[in-house]
Design a binder for this molecule. Structure first.
Ligand code: AMP
Length: 179
């Protein structure tokens, strides 16, 4: 019988640690082998969405670029729509912006002003929760845009960086904790 624990093992081994990328001292969590494995990806996304299946999620919002792949797949699984959170200057219509610090640099995310309007119930998804800046900026955009934040779901949480402290009272779920 295939249980949750077995599925966890299937995809856990498909995330590779790449030391000193993109700069010395950072251990990069490379999910591209996971993306290339249909069974592993399906098992991973199953776990990602499971805590939120009964929460009436209407939209999944995710930052580019790896968040698009994971978030789009999660949205499909939840029967929800998808909202891209983009780097500056990429969105064609009126957009809201939020600035933040990344584990390895400064960044800004933008979202179409009308993307989550009218109190839409939004789940934020990304591959890695590190310092929490990206996720906090994502939440800021959802709230600014008039959406209702349901929570956050990540594949990997780098717990030693305490990113979830940036995320307030919202529910935060991670499929894989790294201490
Ligand atoms: P942070 O804003 O510090 O929580 O960083 C999270 C964002 O940066 C996510 O979109 C990740 O894709 C990326 N990221 C940060 N640190 C790593 C890491 N060690 N490995 C892979 N991606 C990372």
């Amino acid at each position: 019988m295939s249980g949750v624990g077995e599925n966890l093992e299937v995809w856990r081994g498909l995330i590779r640690d790449v030391p000193d990328f993109p700069r010395p001292g950072i251990v990069f969590k490379d999910i591209t082998p996971l993306l290339g494995d249909p069974a592993g990806l399906a098992a991973c996304v199953d776990e990602l969405v499971a805590p939120f299946e009964e929460h009436g999620v209407e939209l999944v919002a995710a930052p580019e670029a790896r968040g698009f792949v994971i978030g789009g797949t999660a949205a499909d699984r939840l029967g929800a729509g998808f909202v891209p959170l983009r780097k500056p200057g990429k969105l064609p219509r009126s957009a809201l912006g939020a600035d933040y610090e990344l584990e390895y640099g400064a960044e800004r995310l933008e979202m179409h002003t009308d993307a989550v309007a009218d109190g839409k119930r939004v789940l934020i998804v990304d591959d890695v929760l590190a310092t929490g800046g990206t996720a906090a900026a994502s939440a800021q955009l959802v709230t600014l845009g008039g959406g209702k934040l349901v929570g956050f779901s990540f594949i990997v949480e780098l717990a030693f960086l305490h990113g979830r402290r940036q995320l307030g009272d919202a529910r935060v779920e991670s499929a894989l904790l790294v201490d």
